[in-house]
Design a protein around this ligand. Structure first.
Ligand SMILES: NC(=O)c1ccc[n+]([C@@H]2O[C@H](COP(=O)([O-])OP(=O)(O)OC[C@H]3O[C@@H](n4cnc5c(N)ncnc54)[C@H](OP(=O)(O)O)[C@@H]3O)[C@@H](O)[C@H]2O)c1
Length: 250
């Protein structure tokens, strides 16, 4: 099979590329940094195409589709994303609009374009990388990020049920990690208050769960527990706990 992976130059996307490639799948790798993608591609085998693009530009998402729509993509991993830390009244609007363009719009556009093709051939896997932040509720101090990941969760869940009702063989999964050791913190300008999971472990678990057709993928016992306990906690208590958890990252 052939996989398209966005945000493949580092962290979870890079490791998903490595895991899929080890399984023998061909790859199309996308991120802004062509040099990092080129370096990664040297360590991979088989047919690996790299496409440097800034996917926060919606036109780039359409360009990407036009470039590879006839390449026979069967696995789509929407992984590129980032967070912006700070109080909503102080964080730069420009950054947040860019975050929405990447974390929401790019996932929306690319999912729609490839889903249509996958449905036409009645096969394919979509793995949308959200976060446990997407199921926890409001995210004080990371408000736009939590909201963007909730969008990814809700959109993907709805698509899942539409596919199921059709008896489709196309599968959609949502990866919801807790903290993972990547470049994520550096870009968000924070440090983790707890130890992050190993990115390769997360990638292996995600790929395995995707091929099993799991809808919600929570890597690690703590993340699973958090997602479960979240359902029991009152909304305002959750907001207080989330604020304290995020504040510790400053
Ligand atoms: N690390 C965590 O704790 C954690 C937890 C839950 C969910 N996640 C999610 O996991 C995904 C991957 O993040 P990560 O932790 O692996 O962070 P990362 O190491 O910073 O990787 C982010 C990837 O996205 C790419 N990217 C960023 N902006 C882009 C743009 N405008 N256009 C195209 N590609 C872009 C980056 O490459 P370039 O810089 O080369 O563009 C990089 O390959 C994100 O969606 C994140 O929200 C992370």
């Amino acid at each position: 099979m052939k996989a398209l992976i966005t945000g493949a130059s580092s962290g979870i996307g890079r490791d998903i590329a490595i895991v899929l490639n080890k399984m023998g799948h061909d790859l199309v790798l996308v991120s802004r940094s062509g040099d990092k993608l080129r370096e990664l591609s040297k360590s991979l085998k088989g047919n690996v195409k790299i496409i440097p693009l800034d996917l926060s530009n919606p036109n780039a998402c359409f360009e990407l589709y036009e470039m590879i729509k006839d390449d026979g993509i069967d696995i789509l991993v929407n992984n590129a994303g980032y967070a912006a830390f700070g109080e909503f009244c102080q964080t730069p609007l420009e950054t947040e609009l860019n975050l929405i363009d990447l974390n929401i719009k790019a996932v929306h556009i690319i999912s729609k374009l490839f889903l249509k093709d996958f449905m036409a051939k009645d096969k394919g896997y979509i793995l949308n990388v959200a976060s446990v932040a997407g199921v926890l509720g409001g995210g004080p101090l990371l408000s736009s990020y939590y909201a963007s990941k909730a969008y990814v969760v809700r959109l993907s869940q709805a698509i899942y049920e539409e596919l199921r009702r059709k008896g489709s063989n196309v599968s959609i999964s949502i990866l919801c990690p807790g903290p993972v050791d990547t470049n994520f913190n550096e870009r968000a300008g924070v440090r983790f208050a707890v130890k992050g999971m190993n990115s390769l472990d997360v990638a292996k678990y995600a790929v395995d769960s995707m091929f099993k057709g799991k809808l919600m993928i929570f890597p690690g016992a703590k993340t699973k527990a958090g997602a479960f306990l979240r359902r029991l906690a009152p909304e305002k208590l959750l907001l207080k706990l989330t604020y304290d958890f995020q504040k510790a990252k400053e």
